[in-house]
Design a protein around this ligand. Structure first.
Ligand SMILES: [Zn+2]
Length: 432
């Protein structure tokens, strides 16, 4: 499909993949980046957009998104999730396989790919399961999943409790050069808890999930990754100890990448007060010290990737008693604003580091096209206003779900324009 060339004029272009931070023009044509320069003469028929005052960067990449299709279409579909993504500035998302049924075979991977292409907004990359049926028993046919288009494997939503199975998964993933994404939770330590184990859980009388439930499995996964030479990707890190373990492993040369999520660097378990089910996620919001460690990890690159763990749930499901409500919150449309507000404005990281953590590093970790504005790269571009102030109103989300603990919060930084494959797929009303 041919589209008009797009000339973005006078932007602050931030692209850590080529150490670029400068005021320039950027030209896109035929779905690819043509180049940047101080001034580019518009080619015949080009669409010219003045983006002065805005930041232009490689399209944001979220490697941890739950799209709920098949089986949970009342919460989200691949199409609604993809629109939510581009409205949040994301040009690529990785779809977790814990759908109903799970994405554990090549036909299911093909279904997610095709539905993503049909949706025609964000690029949707399928992730396959580690185990058949996500039962944690037998390894999926990893080669067939990769052949069909899976970019990684995970049983996210559940841990892989069988150590031997995790070892095998890492060995296969090494063969096919994909990461194994791990949800770290020792179930016999978590014991069906519904929030962080600590002072707040005692006060509220809720069963707690201790931080050690995460730490123990992170340690195991790092040991297995080191032994097998496979690439481990630790999902949604929430504790100080886990950050420290990953930091040490990286220093030893273990092939590990890891995520920090906006809710874990913004909130603590105090947000659960009043039995707020929109503050219920797994791993749970933890102590202020843990939250600070997530910030430090994102700042020094131990947590190289910011990922949302976008987990849509229907209002009625979140209306249940706290212990019965499902885990998870939506995150695609608040991630950029939260990262700017909580990390950039508070001088924890620079805008350059934000782009590295939200685009370059996740693209590298999952070997996805994108994460760069180099000449010839796919024309996936995010344009955002780093200073715009806005208030989170879940009724305006493009996601089919509204479960967020950030309703009413005023954030700085907002996407303005999202371009995928050289085509404008989303534009904020009133921008330009
Ligand atoms: Zn998880």
């Amino acid at each position: 499909m041919s589209t008009r060339p797009i000339l973005l004029r006078g932007a602050r272009i931030i692209d850590p993949s080529q150490e670029l931070d400068d005021i320039r023009d950027l030209l896109l044509a035929d779905g690819a980046i043509v180049g940047t320069a101080r001034e580019i003469a518009p080619p015949e028929g080009a669409e010219i957009r003045d983006v002065q005052g805005l930041v232009v960067c490689p399209g944001l990449v979220d490697v941890h998104v739950h799209l709920r299709e098949p089986g949970g279409e009342h919460k989200e579909t691949i199409a609604t999730g993809a629109i939510s993504a581009v409205a949040g500035g994301f040009t690529s998302i990785c779809a977790m396989p814990n759908t109903n049924p799970p994405i554990d075979n090549p036909a299911a991977v093909g279904f997610v790919l095709a539905a993503g292409i049909r949706a025609g907004t964000a690029r949707v990359y399928p992730v396959g399961t580690i185990s058949v049926g996500m039962k944690g028993e037998r390894l999926s046919e990893v080669g067939e999943l990769v052949e069909a288009g899976a970019v990684a494997i995970t049983d996210d939503g559940r841990p892989v409790s069988d150590d031997g199975l995790m070892r095998l998964a890492l060995e296969y993933a090494r063969t096919f050069d994909i990461p194994v994404a791990s949800h770290c939770e020792v179930l016999s330590l978590a014991r069906g808890g519904s929030m962080n184990e600590g002072v707040v859980s005692s006060r509220l009388g809720l069963a707690g999930i201790p931080g050690i439930a995460e730490d123990v499995m992170v340690a195991r996964d790092l040991i297995l990754a080191e032994y097998t030479g496979g690439r481990i990707h630790i999902q949604h890190v929430s504790t100080r100890r886990a950050v420290e373990l990953i930091r040490e492993a990286k220093a030893r040369g273990v092939r590990v990448t890891a995520e920090g999520s906006p809710h874990h660097f913004t909130l603590t378990d105090e947000a659960v007060d009043g039995y707020n089910t929109n503050a219920k996620m797994n791993p749970p919001l933890r102590s202020a010290d843990d939250r600070d460690a997530i910030r430090e990890g994102v700042a020094d690159g131990t947590l190289d990737t910011i990922a949302t763990d976008h987990a849509p749930h229907h209002y009625d499901e979140k209306e249940q008693a706290f212990a019965d409500a499902p885990f998870g919150i939506v995150g695609l449309e608040t991630a950029l604003g939260l990262t700017i507000t909580e990390l950039v404005e508070k001088k924890v990281i620079t805008l350059n580091t934000l782009v590295e953590r939200m685009s370059c590093a996740p693209a590298r970790a999952f070997r996805l096209p994108g994460g760069t504005l180099r000449d010839g790269a796919p024309a996936d571009v995010t344009i955002f206003d780093p200073t715009a102030s806005w208030t989170v109103d879940p009724r305006r989300f493009h996601s089919r779900s509204r479960n967020t603990p950030f309703a009413g919060m005023t954030l700085r930084g907002q996407p303005a324009l999202t371009i995928v494959g050289g085509r404008v797929v989303w534009e904020r009303e009133g921008s330009q």
